[in-house]
Design a protein around this ligand. Structure first.
Ligand code: ATP
Ligand code: MG
Length: 564
């Protein structure tokens, strides 16, 4: 965890973030009477953990100030948008608990109003139709060191501009032949202010407005207007828009809004070893490297949900990251820390044997079974107890037995005694092997006096292993994940910008033995499988009526919360 994060954590202790300070001041000075925020996704992909930060920040501010939070699809670019993405975005925002009530808006619903604002600007002499090509516009724009050159169309009359803007809308102008440009300042040191394009001609059908329009507004014109139409007060966006703020302010000022919104920028959330950024996630999906946008190895919100993250854990993570004006990278282990913290108090602790090996208790009566009463979570008594069947044949983890143990191996090996968790002490007395010499079963004897896992004579054992009764065990599939990025390399390949992938990011265990209660769970139920980690029943995949469990995280943590 970097120094930045620690500072932010300390900041969270008592003081408030810089956005709250700005809002406080605006309210005190009477700039606004209340607070309206929004989350404005472009529906061109699934949302990721960075968007979660933005959603929770905007929603959280609206809550804090008793204001309103809007969800608005920024669907002004008809080429990339898909309704699949809108559905996923709605579901993710709702799942995170950011309640937009009845305020779900579409930027495309404002196309008429936006056009009217453009006409207003033309009438004021603040916008003109340009016939330069895209290349020429770029060339005329100048550079950081050289001012731009005026567009030859810059001083055309208002009447001609109005007529030509009509023409742009009529369908007779081919794509790219004309644009509407703001008339600001070709010598501005800020290139965004050198007569930026407000409208382009594009003969493309739009998912919501069909063929009604063949002109579409540019982001820098559309976005401030959308905010203003909705009465948004604080338009919170990420740092890359800082240089666009003068243009944002120009648009809302020239269009004459009485209480124009103001833009505030904060730093994007980045995570170590993690691919955020829709472009890269889309490529992993398109290349078939992952199984869709919600593949549990990704950090889309849908993927995190499917993996087993809870909204509370994501909220905790975003809070720990804090809100900052300087770019920083959060430790990906912190995300894992947050779900462990959340689930350790919520999840029942059950037994599942990932790589089973048969264990036979030679002196346990054949045909006998009993039930062990086991607390579901010994730290949370309210989670109750369950009865777990126990019998002569069990499954244990293959790695809990070694024929020739190294030093300090305290689990089962010939002659050694261990505790079967919450059951009995057993001592290994022999093994069965197949023709290749592979151990197929471990033989033990048990001590009936140790029921419950304690010895009345105070005899100590160093190893405790978990088990599942063979006769009643259910079989299911478990998926184990590693980071999809090779953590020993940079995320992006320096030569071609491709991702450095970890070829072992998914391991499927098809023959996992679980206690019978685990066969009857619901999608998204979460458990600790003792010693193996936290797991979630996949919300999509159920094989032959049996759940598939995704490992959310292991139990070990490399992350330590810094002391305040
Ligand atoms: P990306 O390219 O990373 O997927 P984007 O900015 O293109 O993101 P939009 O749909 O345009 O995605 O963004 C919706 C909102 O989410 C914007 O306000 C944007 O600033 C915010 N946002 C996007 N990425 C992050 C991030 N990593 N951290 C915080 N906020 C983000
Ligand atoms: Mg974008």
């Amino acid at each position: 965890m970097g120094e930045n994060n620690i500072e932010q954590l300390q900041d969270k202790g008592g003081s408030r973030n810089f956005i709250e300070h700005e809002i406080d001041r605006d309210l005190k000075e009477g700039v606004y009477e209340g607070v309206v925020t929004r989350f404005p996704p472009e529906p061109n992909g699934f949302l990721h953990i960075g968007h979660a930060k933005s959603i929770l920040l905007n929603y959280g501010l609206a809550q804090e100030y008793g204001g309103k939070f809007n969800l608005r699809f920024d669907d002004t670019n008809p080429t990339k948008e898909k309704s699949e993405f809108m559905d996923s975005i709605i579901s993710d925002v709702q799942w995170l608990g950011a309640d937009y009530e009845d305020r779900l808006f579409y930027a495309s619903d404002y196309f008429e109003q936006m056009r009217d604002e453009a006409v207003k600007l033309i009438r004021k002499g603040k916008a003109y139709v340009s016939t330069l090509t895209a290349d020429e516009i770029r060339e005329y724009r100048g550079t950081l060191t050289e001012p731009g050159k005026p567009d030859p169309d810059r001083d055309r009359s208002v009447e001609d501009n109005l007529r030509m803007f009509e023409e742009m809308q009529s369908g007779s102008v081919p794509d790219g032949a004309m644009t509407l440009r703001a008339r600001i300042d070709m010598a501005s040191p800020n290139i965004n202010m050198r007569d930026p394009i407000l409208y382009r001609v594009a003969h493309i059908s739009h998912a919501r407005t069909g063929d009604r329009w063949c002109i579409y507004p540019m982001y820098d014109f559309a976005h401030p207007l959308e905010d203003a139409f909705e009465g948004v007060t604080h338009s919170i966006c990420t740092l890359e828009f800082e240089d666009h703020r003068p243009l944002y302010d120009w648009v809302v000022r020239e269009c004459g809004f009485a209480h124009p919104p103001r833009q505030i920028e904060f730093a994007k959330l980045y995570l170590d070893h993690v691919v955020t950024g829709k472009r890269y996630i889309k490529k992993l999906v398109d290349d078939g490297i992952v199984d869709g946008w919600d593949d549990p190895r990704l950090v889309t919100i849908a993927a995190l949900r499917r993996r087993g993250y809870t909204p509370d854990s994501i909220r905790r993570f975003v809070d720990l990251c804090g809100v900052s004006k300087a770019n920083s990278v959060a430790d990906d282990a912190m995300l894992e820390y947050c779900i462990r913290e959340d689930l350790k108090e919520k999840a029942p602790r059950m037994m599942a044997v990932l790589r089973p090996l048969r264990l036979v208790i030679d002196n346990y009566p054949e045909g006998q079974t009993e039930e062990m009463e086991i607390e579901n979570n010994k730290d949370v008594p309210e989670l109750g107890v369950r009865r777990v069947p126990f019998g002569r044949e069990l499954y244990i983890e293959r790695e809990d037995f070694m024929e020739e143990p190294p030093k300090k191996y305290f689990r089962l090996f010939p002659g050694n005694e261990v505790r079967l968790m919450n059951a009995y002490y057993v001592r290994c007395v022999g093994v069965d092997k197949d023709e290749n010499g592979e151990v197929t079963a471990v033989h033990c004897t048990y001590d009936p006096e140790t029921r419950g896992g304690d010895s009345p004579d105070g005899r100590k054992v160093k190893g405790t292993i978990h088990w599942v009764s063979a006769a009643q065990a259910a079989t299911c599939t478990v998926r184990l994940y590693e980071n999809i990025i090779d953590e020993d390399k940079p995320v992006y390949n320096e030569e071609d910008g491709s991702l450095n992938l970890n070829p072992n990011s998914l391991e499927v265990l098809p023959d996992v033995k679980v206690e019978p209660a685990l066969a009857a769970v619901h999608p998204e139920d979460k458990f600790q499988f003792v010693r193996n980690g936290f797991f979630c029943a996949d919300r999509k995949d159920w094989k032959d009526g049996a759940p598939v469990f995704n490992r959310i995280v292991s139990l070990k943590s490399s992350f330590v919360l810094p002391k305040e």
